[in-house]
Design a protein around this ligand. Structure first.
Ligand SMILES: NC(=O)c1ccc[n+]([C@@H]2O[C@H](COP(=O)([O-])OP(=O)(O)OC[C@H]3O[C@@H](n4cnc5c(N)ncnc54)[C@H](O)[C@@H]3O)[C@@H](O)[C@H]2O)c1
Length: 319
């Protein structure tokens, strides 16, 4: 199924992954592209390359009546649902995070149920699996969320799947592992890559929570958008969960060393602090399903994509 000529809405489109997805969608010539974002962490600058091609609506995606108004007014065909309250917020405001994240997903399930939209592509998170019980983690891995954020992502997925089974809505769940790339939030609640870049540029030691032997599966953000668009196009994915990852495991220690090498800061001091509450110990995506259904084969962390990421942050800082 092609996106060309479709009226598309992206929730969380001013955020990190959402803004890259929006750029990718514009290149596919949709009839229109609407971004819904409440700017909790989103930024207008993330959309500067496509600002003349999109409509930006500053609203809460968990507000069903407001979203119904928008999708009806814009005659939206497809929703890519990426809006989220992130993990670190859930450690301070767990109830609000859970309520908001589940409400956003449920809102678009309702709109699909009543025929206000044709298709929903909902974005989950590998955090829903918890610590790996087996590696690689396929889509059949049990959901054993550790943090309230992870629980909200697992719960939202169950809502989407229940609407597929009960009401036959046309929906696919994409479940990304860790992302990196330009525009990842580097302020409060930042991810490890922007934090390391900040510490190095400020001459501060890099802090690793725990022993640094915890593993993650990192995928470059434009590879993620490739999965997401293909998950829409391939209708056999409907009613299913598709992992989005590289299928490669990297320890936090290795990731930090690669980053320091790209930044020509190999000797920069690194210290280990207390483990973060709820930190997942081992994560690696099983991506056989995505390989077979979507024909993807992402490279994971490479010198090139880390370098592009570092350059973007250094340029943003000097602007
Ligand atoms: N970044 C990662 O490593 C990662 C990993 C796995 C899954 N994901 C998933 O990818 C999706 C996008 O994450 P991201 O990293 O781009 O996060 P992000 O915080 O950069 O983007 C999320 C966007 O949602 C917006 N938002 C929050 N609450 C909203 C609301 N109620 N209404 C409208 N907009 C709202 C924020 O302002 C922000 O622009 C999320 O579903 C997330 O769970 C991300």
């Amino acid at each position: 199924m092609a996106l060309t000529g479709k009226k598309v809405l992206v929730t969380g489109g001013a955020g990190f992954v959402g803004s890259h997805l929006a750029e990718r969608l514009i290149a596919l010539n949709p009839a229109s592209l609407t971004i819904v974002d409440n700017f909790f962490l989103g930024r207008m600058e993330n959309l500067e390359n496509i600002v003349n091609d999109i409509q930006v609506v500053r609203m809460d995606a968990s507000d069903l009546s407001a979203m119904r108004q928008i999708v009806r007014a814009e005659k939206i065909d497809v929703v890519f649902d990426l809006a989220v309250i992130p993990l670190p917020t859930s450690l301070e405001y767990p109830a609000w995070t859970v309520q908001t994240n589940v409400a956003i997903a449920t809102t678009f399930c309702e709109l699909a149920r009543f025929g206000d939209i044709d298709t929903l592509i909902h974005c989950s998170s590998s955090e829903a699996y918890g610590t790996a019980q087996v590696v690689p983690m396929t889509e059949e891995h049990p959901l054993a969320a550790i943090t309230p954020y992870a629980a909200s992502k697992a719960a939202a997925d169950q809502v989407v799947l229940s609407y597929c089974r009960t009401f036959g809505i046309d929906a696919t769940i994409v479940r990304p592992f860790n992302q990196f790339g330009p525009r990842q939030n580097d302020r409060a609640y930042a991810g490890i890559i922007p934090i390391v870049i900040n510490r190095v540029t400020q001459g501060l030691p890099v802090e690793i929570f725990g022993d640094g032997k915890q593993t993650r599966d990192y995928i470059f953000v434009r590879d993620t958008t490739d999965f997401i668009v293909k998950a829409y196009s391939e209708t056999a994915t409907r009613g299913q969960v598709i992992n989005v990852g590289s299928g490669r495991e990297i320890t936090i220690n290795e990731l930090v060393q690669k980053l320091l090498a790209v930044m020509h800061a190999n000797d920069h001091p690194v210290i280990h602090t207390h483990p973060r509450p709820g930190d997942v110990r081992q994560h690696c995506a099983g991506i056989e399903k995505a390989r077979q259904m979507l024909g993807v084969n992402p490279p994971g962390v490479t010198h090139e994509n880390l370098n592009e990421t570092v350059e973007w942050y250094l340029k943003a800082k000097s602007a």
